[in-house]
Design a protein around this ligand. Sequence first.
Ligand code: SF4
Length: 567
Amino acid sequence: MDGERRAHMNGVHIYDAPDKLPPSNTRGQYQIGGCVFLYYIYLEYLVLLGCNTLHLYNLIAMHNSIREDKYIPTKLYKKEEIQMNSVSIPTMEPDRQYYFMNQCKTLVLEKKAALNRPLTYNIQTFGCQMNSHDSEKLKGIMDEIGYEEVDDEAADFVIFNTCTIRENANQKLYGHLGHVKTLKNKNKEMIVCLCGCMMQEPHVIETLKQKYKFVNIIFGTHNIYKLAELIYSYLQTGKQTIEVLDETKQTVEQLPRKRKYTFKSGVNIMYGCNNFCTYCIVPYVRGREQSRKKEEILAEVEALAKQGITEVMLLGQNVNSYGNIYEYKDGKIVEVDEKDRVTFPQLLAEVCKIDGIERVRFMTSHPKDLSDELIEVMAKEPKICKHLHLPVQSGSTNILTRMNRRYTKEQYLALVDRIRAKMPNISLTTDIIVGFPGETEEDFEDTLDIIRKVKYDQAFTFIYSKRTGTPAATMDNQVPEDVIKNRFNRLLTLVNEISNTQIKRFADQIKPVLVEEVNHHDASLVTGRTEENVTVHFPGTADMIGTTVDVKLTDCKGFYFMGERIG
Ligand code: SF4
């Protein structure tokens, strides 16, 4: 099969690499091995039980990933130590990726010399903070191998880091690709690369293989770190190179990264999600929860602090369930012993001890896992910003059950009470979905009721959109569009009214503000944030960026404040 030399038994996993590349020790990608017979019995069993195919796919993926190895820290790979033959290609990470970065660097240098001009790249990022964070890693690798970043899609190397949370995201991507094809016809050097959540969907890969043959490199969410290896593979073969892994228990973090800001940074503490909310595709495309080791996270934050970063945002789909850690032991991936694990609040407390870090944020918290221990740590530790994003999604217990959120309206309200009892001024924000299948007027009234009771500082509101592949997409009682629109407008009116009132409680207060940028509309102003995540614009200059200054919040403009610097 052209471009598809090795297909995994589950049909998702496709890889095309030059023969001379030996496989990485970190993957199970070349093996079917193991207990194939049991696989089939298990599959039959699940099919008989009527399991949906995506669950099936994930169960298989979990089994496959058991065979993976784990990175054992070694020295950084230096160019002079590389012998140019396949035998010397490192099998352990991140050595292997440094090897391929060096190989790519040489090829890129040759290309630049032949063209007598620099080579450029552009990354388009869609979706959430996790994708933005992944794009920083991609940029770090692209810089390292010798491409220069530009703002324009008309670059020599274009990467789309995709999101698939919404049904119409796919159509949008295909629209973009039409434009890119035109650009590629004008620039024969252009390389087009797609990665991210959408690539985890087998039907997307099939469409790309059949209709978008000009796309050169495709990979998913579990092997972002392999960008250099995949580029090298493509440059060697000139063939469409596709590698989409089902799941991995390995995280490779020790690679170059280009951070957007010099004073704040995201830090991944975990990957994936085990919650399977019935409307959400994330667990299917990002895989099961996997936490990074405390030592690795603390080392990363310490290194960031030494580079001048003062604010860190600990990132994960559900940070409150941090602690599901795997390690490399006796040649196998195993779960870390219960007694050696730490909870998320314990991790937070450790991060706060790091000198130079002034602010700690985290995102996202699932209400069902938010413990009293976390509330205690947040209340006690001044470095932890008093802002909590606590997605409620609906105020109706009936709808919450259908969403598989695993808390009731009453439990959520009791949690908010416990939080406010310890931190009366905390800023609470949320996500709300309106029009979930089966939502009655009474259910919707419950949502309005919870908004009135909690008094959110901000709420991100979404109209339910059917996402193929999720259980909610096939649920009965989909709500008619006109009913949803009507409810959505009522919801927005209430949310805006309450946030406009809530923000005013900060009026005339003096708050430390971390300056982030020069104001986009008025260069005499700078823009920053308080710990409660309130945006403030005030007179200032570019040299203040990255510093924390005291600002009096003088004039409330609805969602933000104008202010004046004190002292
Ligand atoms: S917690 Fe629910 S909504 Fe959030 S990523 Fe996991 S499944 Fe999706």
